[in-house]
Design a protein around this ligand. Structure first.
Ligand code: HEC
Ligand code: HEC
Ligand code: HEC
Ligand code: HEC
Ligand code: HEC
Ligand code: HEC
Length: 383
């Protein structure tokens, strides 16, 4: 049995087995899995497919307008595309009838859309197909959730391959060319390391983390181009632990009047208006997140310490998409406390540091850092 398994017969088959297994992981899943299409009220499978081709510009062959997908993108994260994404549109019109969809597309309102939806010579039946495609999209989502267990299987398989290559190299010596098991070993090992590294990065800290938000709110437009003060929206930064995220009705102070943005047109701002009318709050995804065992207060840093937001959050006024600037590690906090001087003389809060006051008077030291006044004591940051 053993002889047969490792014998010549089997050796010839190994490359084939490897090829089959590897191709299973490399060929995208949807080639194997039948496309999952929900047939929603009267939308046939064919109509949905035709709508998809239309949306992606594969049909009709001759047209003098851009494909829908060139502006309304289908990827989950649309980094700097200000136009509504395909999913955005799909969700908005999912419960609306064809008539309102048709007039939205064919009778564009607003400067931005009038400049974009030009020369639209779509036949009604084609637009109907597009609507069924979008309706279907609103139910199925963009791409089927990635089956994560595939990664685990791949990892185990690489492990097996790696072990086989080692055993072959050290004990079996069945293959004439040593380079074959060596290459297989290196390949499998390298791939495993790569998998571990990518996963570890995802697990740990999240510097530069910038999730998709429900509305394309831009700090560059507001704090940069329009010079709105950070504190206008993050009202509690000076007095309390958290800086606070503005409520929808604060947005309405301005957006009662401003209904169209130069970059996004009317679509994004209308989400704000609608949420406000319905009394709903906008569900922003939180970006900065210290672990629960750490105490951090904006009041100490912004109020008492007079630090500028940019020292910790970077050039926010240049960000269209908010992202985490610092890694929020313990080393980051502690280093800044060592380096940053506090306004020691004029702050009543520090009166009880008699010894430090004495040293300053006698000229033994000329300044006091945050660390000197205890900001680096474990208990200040950890309860
Ligand atoms: C017009 C209102 C407004 C102004 C002005 C404003 N922000 Fe914001 N800020 C928001 C909103 C809304 C969010 C949540 C959406 C997002 O993350 O983009 C936010 C998010 C943030 C976050 C991330 C919060 C998190 O989830 O961790 C930081 C940091 C921040 N703002 C800092 C600033 C700084 C610094 C300034 C001044 C340069 C500023 N903001 C000006 C409205 C505003
Ligand atoms: C000393 C560094 C530091 C400074 C200065 C600072 N922040 Fe923060 N900020 C943080 C940290 C750390 C967090 C994460 C807090 C947490 O997860 O509990 C945070 C979180 C936030 C958040 C999201 C959550 C919340 O607290 O509501 C907003 C908004 C924010 N900061 C805005 C500002 C603004 C506006 C300023 C300037 C007025 C500012 N920050 C100044 C370090 C700083
Ligand atoms: C102090 C006034 C003010 C407040 C408060 C305000 N905005 Fe704005 N907003 C503006 C101005 C000015 C513009 C730029 C309009 C333009 O492009 O001509 C704008 C543009 C926008 C745009 C479109 C951006 C573009 O360039 O297309 C969105 C989306 C938006 N705001 C969302 C919000 C949200 C969400 C809030 C509340 C968290 C908010 N705004 C609060 C003044 C404000
Ligand atoms: C050249 C770019 C461009 C192309 C091509 C384009 N759109 Fe748009 N579309 C836009 C922009 C920009 C907006 C949002 C403008 C606004 O809200 O003011 C928009 C908005 C929409 C809306 C939402 C209207 C609303 O306010 O509710 C729908 C629906 C829509 N597009 C469908 C389509 C369809 C279907 C196609 C293909 C036949 C298409 N678009 C092709 C740029 C484009
Ligand atoms: C950009 C520099 C900077 C960074 C980064 C920073 N701090 Fe501070 N921190 C200061 C300064 C300056 C003070 C003194 C403020 C004052 O004048 O009271 C301070 C004071 C404190 C205090 C108060 C100590 C006391 O007097 O009671 C705590 C707690 C604290 N920081 C926690 C943190 C934590 C937690 C982080 C990291 C998540 C952090 N800080 C990051 C500059 C910083
Ligand atoms: C200036 C604030 C600050 C001080 C002072 C501080 N820590 Fe921390 N500590 C943090 C922050 C922030 C984290 C979270 C780091 C992260 O998530 O990467 C942390 C995390 C930790 C952790 C958990 C590590 C982990 O991986 O989650 C331990 C243990 C710890 N600190 C111990 C201490 C001890 C012991 C001291 C005193 C010598 C101390 N800390 C002083 C801010 C502080």
């Amino acid at each position: 049995m053993r002889r047969y398994f490792f014998g010549k017969m089997c050796l010839k088959k190994i490359p084939i087995i490897i090829f089959l297994l590897v191709s299973y992981f490399i060929i995208p899943n949807h080639v194997y899995a039948a496309p999952e299409t929900v047939i929603t009220e009267g939308h046939s499978h064919n109509e949905i497919k035709r709508g998809e081709r239309f949306f992606k510009g594969l049909l009709p062959f001759k047209r003098d307008y851009n494909a829908c997908v060139s502006c309304h993108n289908l990827t989950p994260t649309d980094t700097l595309n200000w136009n509504p994404s395909a999913m955005d549109i799909a969700m908005k019109y999912a419960d609306q009838d064809f008539g309102s969809f048709q007039s939205a597309v064919m009778e564009p309102s607003g400067i931005k859309m009038q400049a974009s939806h030009v020369n639209f010579t779509l036949k009604e039946e084609d637009l109907k197909a597009v609507k069924s495609y979008l309706d279907n999209l609103s139910e199925t989502g963009l791409s089927p959730a990635k089956p994560t267990y595939n990664n685990l299987i791949l990892f185990l398989f690489l492990g097996l391959l790696l072990t086989w290559a080692l055993v072959e190299l050290i004990f079996l010596h069945h293959i004439k060319w040593k380079v074959v098991p060596i290459v297989i070993f290196m390949g499998a090992f390298g791939w495993q390391v790569r998998m571990i590294v990518t996963d570890a990065i995802k697990l740990g800290r999240q510097e530069s983390y910038a999730p998709d938000q429900p509305i394309k709110f831009s700090h560059k437009v507001h704090a940069g181009e329009n010079g709105i003060d950070c504190m206008y929206c993050h009202t509690t930064a000076e007095q309390s632990k958290s800086a606070g995220i503005p409520a929808t009705n604060l947005c309405m102070n301005c957006h009662v009047l401003i209904r169209e943005g130069s970059n996004s047109g009317k679509f994004e701002i209308s989400k704000v208006v609608e949420a406000n009318e319905k009394g709903q709050s906008i569900e922003w995804t939180r970006i900065h997140n210290l672990p629960d065992h750490v105490y951090f207060s904006h009041a100490i840093h912004v109020g008492s310490g007079k630090l500028d937001c940019t020292q910790c959050h970077g050039q926010v006024q240049e960000m269209d998409i908010m992202q985490q600037h610092s890694d929020l590690s313990m080393g980051w906090c502690v280093n800044c406390h060592r380096e940053t001087k506090v306004d020691f003389g004029n702050n009543g809060y520090y009166e009880h540091f008699v010894e430090l006051h004495g040293q300053i008077k006698s000229g033994a030291i000329d300044s006091v850092t945050a660390a000197d006044v205890g900001a680096n004591d474990c208990m200040r940051c950890h309860y």
